[in-house]
Design a protein around this ligand. Structure first.
Ligand SMILES: [Fe+2]
Ligand SMILES: [Fe+2]
Length: 522
């Protein structure tokens, strides 16, 4: 009897422990805070949709009827917003986990609905609603992606049409506006896959304007509207869509800063060799400059092979090793053939210098105001990998002195790559260094090195935080092999490194083993 009771108590404890762990996981997931944000947003949205001139000017106008209406509309908005939240969580989960991003997005939607509502109260033409709705959709395309922009754009159009509620002449037009503005959002978002030059935005919005003009005519004829009204509506929609291009052209730097992103336009700008940091890299550390440009080429091709952002990979590669500017001579690509700075140092000192280039790089990136999106390549290009050569050196010296050396001390601080692009640059960096050290880079040797590097990083958990699939990793490997074979097809041995031990570069391009030291087998 007592045994049974004890068993029951134990089972209950296990269940309680499990549910406590689940509760803690739920609170740590960021979902409660996101729900709270959605609730606040829905209440504010309810206010925006309820408010009108009379309520603003007289406190007496707030009767029971108005409060009931406010409650109804808030509940309705909450339901719609929850479905919006689920959509965001499905396609862009980082907005759910990063509450600042979530708050910025909801605040922007609130401002856009507020503008639409203000226009309705002021009696502006209904079709002008296309301006704020399209601005929001294009902003989301720039900051995130087309799929999210389409979903949120259609949601905004729906909520926007609801602001027409107490204007019967507008409400009659609701369906037509819904169709036309929704169509305009779809077209503008689909036309804006990439902003590669200054005219892209204006061109896409003008094309949208023409199509929206036609759509308004078609819908007007379907609704049997008088010709004059159709002309009026289509011209408002046309000029509204065109104006979005100009508005966004001016807002682009603010959007990039607000959402911590960079358009292809900005990335191309930062890829120019005339940019101060790249200029310094070329003049002060030409070895690193060449290494970065070769990685850029390889990473861009590999990214395009899996449909990732090739341009981001290329520009990210250019900046990944800028930290080497502070102590360039300690890195193999900048060392004179016969002199190795690490000969004079203890493994611990060498470790500090090698690991320090990540931190120094980030500091330089902040100082030179490099876009935030490029910082990930500096931070994560070594992930938490081990500085193998100096770790083995330290273990050897430690063994002689009867001390043990912690492996973690010789690992880069991380973080691990969190995007496919960062993972590609990490791998390109590692294989470029390893193949450069090969005396006879034949295609089969290159293939072996690339595959073993990729597998080593995979098994070391370096790709744990990015959603790279095995198939994508395979495609990246194929692309890197192709690029490296193209680069080395005419070379038998890299002349500068003939004197270095071939194994000394197995773990990347950062440092060279002193000639008098043999490296343990990896
Ligand atoms: Fe590096
Ligand atoms: Fe590098």
């Amino acid at each position: 009897m007592t045994k049974k009771k004890t068993k029951r108590v134990d089972t209950r404890r296990v269940f309680e422990g499990e549910s406590a762990a689940k509760r803690q996981k739920f609170f740590e997931s960021g979902i409660p805070a996101s729900l709270l944000l959605l609730l606040v947003y829905s209440v504010l949205l309810g206010f925006v949709l309820t408010i009108h001139q009379e309520l603003l000017s007289s406190a007496a106008a707030w009767n029971w009827q108005v409060i009931k209406h406010l409650f109804d509309i808030t509940v309705m908005m909450l339901m719609v917003s929850v479905s919006l939240g689920l959509y965001i969580a499905l396609y862009e989960p980082r907005i759910v986990t990063n509450h600042v991003r979530g708050a910025i997005l909801l605040a922007m939607l609130l401002v856009m609905v507020g503008i639409i509502r203000f226009g309705v109260i002021q009696g502006w033409p209904a079709y002008l609603m296309i301006v704020p709705a399209m601005v929001a959709a294009v902003m989301i395309t720039i900051a995130y992606n087309q799929r999210l922009a389409l979903g949120i754009g259609f949601y905004l159009t729906l909520v926007g049409v609801m602001t027409f509620r107490e204007k019967p002449e507008f409400f009659r037009q609701g369906m037509a506006v819904l169709l036309t503005v929704g169509f305009g959002i779809g077209i503008s978002v689909l036309l804006l896959k990439e902003i590669r030059n200054r005219l892209t935005l204006i061109k896409a919005c003008t094309q949208t304007g023409v199509l929206v003009f036609i759509m308004t005519w078609v819908v007007g004829i379907w609704q049997d509207l008088p010709k004059l009204e159709i002309w009026e509506n289509s011209l408002w929609a046309f000029f509204g869509a065109i104006s979005v291009g100009f508005v966004l052209q001016g807002l682009l730097p603010i959007i990039e800063r607000l959402f911590q992103t960079a358009t292809s336009l900005t990335l191309l700008d930062y890829s120019e060799a005339t940019k101060p940091l790249l200029k310094r890299l070329a003049v002060e550390v030409p070895g690193t400059f060449n290494h970065s440009f070769q990685i850029g080429m390889m990473a861009e091709a590999a990214a395009e092979a899996i449909g990732a952002n090739g341009l981001l990979c290329r520009v990210g590669s250019y900046y990944h090793d800028i930290g080497k500017l502070t102590k360039p001579r300690y890195f193999v690509e900048n060392q004179a053939e016969l002199f190795n700075q690490h000969k004079e140092l203890s493994p611990t000192m060498s470790r500090m210098i090698i690991l320090g280039h990540v931190k120094d790089g980030l500091e330089l990136a902040r100082e030179y105001k490099i876009p935030k999106i490029l910082h990930q390549f500096i931070e994560t290009h070594h992930g938490t990998t081990l500085v193998e050569f100096f770790y083995h050196e330290a273990t050897k010296k430690g063994a002689e002195a009867g001390q043990t050396v912690a492996e973690t001390e010789f690992r880069y601080p991380g973080p691990k790559p969190e995007s496919k692009e960062a993972a590609i640059v990490m791998l390109a960096d590692a294989v470029e260094g390893a193949t450069r050290a090969m005396q006879e880079p034949t295609p089969s040797r290159i293939e072996n090195v690339v595959h073993s590097m990729a597998m080593k990083r995979l098994m070391d958990g370096q790709f744990d935080n990015c959603d790279l699939t095995m198939r994508e990793l395979h495609l990246i490997e194929r692309s890197l092999i192709k690029s490296l074979c193209g680069m080395y097809h005419s070379r038998i041995a890299y002349p500068k490194l003939e004197k270095a031990k071939p194994d000394s570069h197995k773990e990347g391009p950062e440092y060279r083993a002193p000639e008098n030291v043999s490296l343990p087998t990896p």
